[in-house]
Design a protein around this ligand. Structure first.
Ligand SMILES: Nc1ncnc2c1ncn2[C@@H]1O[C@H](COP(=O)(O)OP(=O)(O)OP(=O)(O)O)[C@@H](O)[C@H]1O
Ligand SMILES: [Mg+2]
Length: 489
């Protein structure tokens, strides 16, 4: 039995929880969505209204029950007093005197709604109703002859009436009836309630004004903090917020200011480091290019000359020597020297194409494309629209190296069937676009520390204030887009 009831209780509690949960969630959603200002205003107003309503209700209830007890008492004492005073006029059958007594009683007590006297047979001897006596009233309250009094509460159209019947001479001389109305007390309670409501409205208005001031004092520093935080989020570490008061929010403002100062310092250090890194990188790239240029020149001017001399010497040896075996060896050696010379030329051109220095980017790229196609047997579509005017040398070098590394990557990784390279001036920028239809890759994946090609390309572009974007997906080819602004045309 008890197991069933505890299970039922659990089921009931569970169903209450299930029903209350969405309601609580919804309430929380509404409460959390409004601003602090509205929350404080709502709290203040809600509390004042709740308190006002509670006090009004309590006062009304207490007053009503106290007044009703008083009316009951008044009804009995007035009826008994009237009965005592009415005994003599009834006995001498002084109807005029009875009437006067009733009217006097009514005049003296404004709560008396009516009063009347009936004889022992139930005949009305005198009453205060003026023209017509409501006969039905006789039935509503009748005191038995021996009774001290009998009181009933009648509900009428104009309110409650405490009707008391008191027998005169134990009923032998008749009965006095009196009706005490609650109209006056109701009006008093009504007026009091109105005053209380007025007071609540006044206090609420005052409460709202105080709440508005409080929320202003509270939310102003918070709003300042929010705005400052937004600026910090955008990378501006300069905002400082004033310390409005010596409280927790003031402490928060101070902590915020300390944090932004620290962030500004850290940002300054970061900028300095970045600047240093850029300068170092620029130097490294420039030194690398110079070194390549120097080695290329060395190879061309010295090694190539020596190899050419060697070839001329071997040729001469061939003509001078009659021994066919020596001549054959000299011829073979001349072939090896010629191939070496060719390779030295190639290495020298790859290190630093003279064309780039002498004739500019277009010529160097055409040569690069031509040699790349010949070496890798992949069709390459090259389009160059950079006009006659030469670009700044660092931009020419950067674009050349980026295209060169991109083509190397295509040859090494892409397995492409065709490649296209576009280089053009667009507005104040140079644009390079290298696209292949190869296997593609996921550029979001870290390429690893030893893979420097793409990172180097990006660094070169960014050092000149430009940017490089790689678009690629496995199986969808790769396209590399470079844009570099021409600052000193
Ligand atoms: N055109 C391409 N097609 C397919 N994959 C590519 C292409 N270009 C680059 N990748 C991928 O991106 C990776 C990184 O390229 P990156 O040029 O940085 O390094 P790497 O070529 O491997 O080495 P290196 O440092 O010698 O250039 C490559 O290993 C390759 O997987
Ligand atoms: Mg590479």
């Amino acid at each position: 039995m008890s197991a069933i009831s505890s299970r039922q209780r659990r089921t009931f509690l569970e169903s209450v929880r299930l029903r209350a949960q969405p309601l609580l969630k919804k309430t929380w959603e509404v409460v959390s969505a409004v601003s602090v200002r509205v929350k404080i205003l709502g709290m203040m107003l809600g509390l004042v209204l709740l308190l006002g309503a509670g006090v009004t209700w309590q006062v009304r209830n207490s007053l009503t029950s106290a007044f009703y007890a008083q009316l009951e008492n008044e009804s009995i004492t007035t009826a008994r007093d009237l009965a005592a005073r009415a005994a003599d006029p009834i006995l001498i059958n002084d109807l005029v005197g009875l009437q006067r007594l009733l009217l006097e009683t009514q005049e003296n007590n404004p709560d008396v709604r009516y009063a009347f006297i009936v004889d022992k047979d139930g005949q009305v001897l005198a009453h205060t109703f003026g023209s017509g006596f409501p006969l039905a009233l006789l039935r509503h309250n009748q005191a038995a002859p021996g009774e001290h009094h009998r009181m009933v509460v009648l509900e009428t159209e104009s309110g409650l009436v405490w009707d008391t019947a008191v027998p005169v001479f134990e009923g032998r001389a008749g009965t006095v009836r009196i009706g005490i109305s609650d109209a006056r007390l109701r009006a008093t309670i009504h007026a009091l309630t109105l005053q209380l409501i007025l007071m609540v409205v006044l206090v609420s208005t005052l409460g709202v004004l105080v709440a508005v001031f409080l929320t202003f004092v509270l939310t102003r520093p918070i709003n300042d903090l929010v705005q400052a935080t937004r600026r910090v989020a955008q990378g501006d570490f300069s905002p400082r917020v004033p310390r409005w008061a010596d409280d927790e929010i003031g402490d928060l403002a101070e902590a915020f200011n300390a944090m932004t100062a620290e962030l500004a310092r850290a940002d300054e250090i970061r900028r300095e480091r970045e600047q240093l890194r850029r300068q170092l990188l620029e130097k490294v790239i420039a030194t690398q290019e110079d070194e390549r240029r120097r080695i290329a020149r060395e190879l061309h001017d010295s090694t190539s000359q020596n190899l050419t001399s060697l070839m001329v010497g071997l040729k001469h040896l061939e003509t001078l020597c009659d021994n066919p075996r020596v001549r054959l060896s000299a011829e073979e050696l001349r072939g090896v020297t010629a191939r070496t010379l060719e390779e030295v030329h190639e290495i020298s051109a790859r290190l630093r194409p003279r064309l780039l220095d002498d004739l500019g980017l277009a010529a160097a790229l055409e040569r690069l494309a031509h040699e790349w196609q010949a070496r890798h047997k992949i069709p390459l579509d090259l389009l160059i629209h950079i006009g006659e005017e030469r670009l700044p040398v660092e931009i020419e070098t950067a674009i050349y190296r980026i295209v060169q590394e991109s083509l190397t990557n295509v040859a090494r990784h892409a397995g492409a069937r065709s490649v296209s390279v576009l280089v053009e001036r667009r507005g104040g920028d140079v644009i390079a676009l290298i696209e292949d239809d190869g296997c593609g890759f996921d550029p979001a994946q870290s390429p690893g520390e030893r893979r420097l090609g793409l990172a180097g390309m990006r660094e070169r572009a960014e050092l000149l204030g430009g940017q490089l974007t790689v678009e690629s997906q496995p199986g969808r080819g790769t396209s590399i887009h470079v844009q570099i602004p021409i600052r000193n045309p």
